[in-house]
Design a protein around this ligand. Structure first.
Ligand code: FAD
Length: 338
């Protein structure tokens, strides 16, 4: 790095990051490695965002991201260095697409990784050396001659910061920018907001295996887009089997206001039809993701507005997946510190 770059970096000292999903945590760690002072604000009780696990009787179930790829070698070294090799590993199993005739087509041959013993093991490990302020929902931000000040929904104020990185899904990012009077930036989010879709997720526990033929499948079905044996992932010691079901974007959107118990019944009925079994679960838990997956083809990587000192990162800017969230954060940090 040249002296010129060094002096620029030393200007970027205090950064606020909104959101502690993989994008927010990655940006925080990468900036800290360049001696920046970083504070992460997270509206939920813990870090991880859509790398989510629901605690259930006897164990846990991954109700958000099911697995992640590691195609970018920089992502592997980042995880090994900052989360540790023990908190993630490959998920071995039979994965495939169900064909319209009921036949089976295996997924492309690729390693699929999961957190061990649960998905949030990765985000917990990444957050362990990071200043994450949980249960703080940032409502707006304003800049004066000392820098940016963030205000949460309880009217507490944080700052000053030289820069703010927002890693929330597009709708929440747009709300925050609009609340802060940054209408020109907020309007950029209109397209990405319409490209992100909801997903109903149900985890169901069975005392004995309801399905033996596969560990994960994308069904050919109007209700379900994914069914998987969560208990087949490494490190899951729960008795019996937890299965995770995800509804299609369209069905989820049509049932966005349907009560969770009715959604659960409908998704379980579809599960029995797809899996060809009559199994009844003894426990279920449902979760509604309002902003689950982006299907945008537009992949700028990240957005950096130097005049404002505001950066946007997240999966929706880089392919809509866990690895995309890392790629986006990494691209933003490179751009900011160039
Ligand atoms: P997020 O994880 O959404 O993080 C954003 C964070 O910002 C959240 O923690 C949120 O609480 C916080 N936040 C928002 N607004 C505020 C605010 N105002 N103040 C403070 N905090 C705020 N990807 C894969 O690679 N493989 C899969 O198999 C897969 N399956 C999925 C299944 C489902 C059901 C879902 C929902 C997602 C799935 N994904 C999958 C996508 C993957 O989970 C995401 O791409 C990735 O986790 C996004 O990370 P992120 O950091 O960009 O965003």
């Amino acid at each position: 790095m040249t002296n010129h770059q060094n002096s620029q970096c030393s200007d970027i000292r205090r950064t606020a990051i909104v959101g502690s999903g993989l994008a927010g945590l990655s940006a925080a760690i990468l900036l800290k490695q360049q001696n920046h002072r970083v504070t992460v604000f997270e509206k939920s009780r813990g870090p991880g965002g859509r790398l989510a696990t629901k605690r259930v009787a006897g164990g846990s179930a991954d109700i958000g991201a099911q697995y992640f790829t590691i195609r970018n070698p920089a992502f592997r070294s980042f995880l090994e260095k900052n989360a540790g090799k023990n908190c993630f590993g490959p998920w071995q199993g039979r994965f495939g697409f169900q064909q319209p005739d009921g036949g089976w087509q295996a997924f492309p041959d690729e390693e699929r990784y999961v957190g061990i013993p649960r998905m949030t093991a990765v985000s917990r490990a990444l957050a362990s050396n990071t200043d994450v302020r949980a249960e703080v929902r940032i409502d707006r931000m304003a800049r004066n001659d000392r820098g940016w000040f963030l205000t949460d929904t309880s009217s507490r104020r944080y700052g000053p910061f030289d820069h703010v990185i927002v890693t929330a899904p597009p709708a929440q990012t747009r709300d925050l920018l609009a609340n802060s009077g940054l209408m020109n930036l907020a309007s950029i989010l209109d397209g990405p907001v319409s490209a992100i879709h909801p997903c109903w997720a149900v985890a169901a526990h069975f005392e004995s295996a309801p399905v033996a033929e596969f560990e994960g499948m994308r069904p050919h079905n109007a209700v379900l887009s994914w069914i998987a044996n969560n208990s087949s992932k490494p490190g899951r010691e729960d008795p019996g089997q937890w299965w995770v079901l995800h509804a299609t974007s369209q069905w989820s959107a049509e049932h966005i206001e349907t009560p969770a118990d009715k959604v659960t019944d409908a998704m379980l009925e579809a599960f029995r039809e797809v899996a060809g079994c009559a199994a009844m679960p003894d426990q279920t838990v449902a979760h509604r993701w309002l902003y689950a997956r982006s299907d945008s083809d537009d992949r700028p990587g990240c957005l950096w507005f130097p005049a404002e000192g505001i950066g946007l990162a997240g999966d929706w800017l880089s392919g809509g997946r866990v690895e995309g969230a890392f790629d986006s954060a990494s691209a933003l940090v490179t751009t900011m510190t160039r």
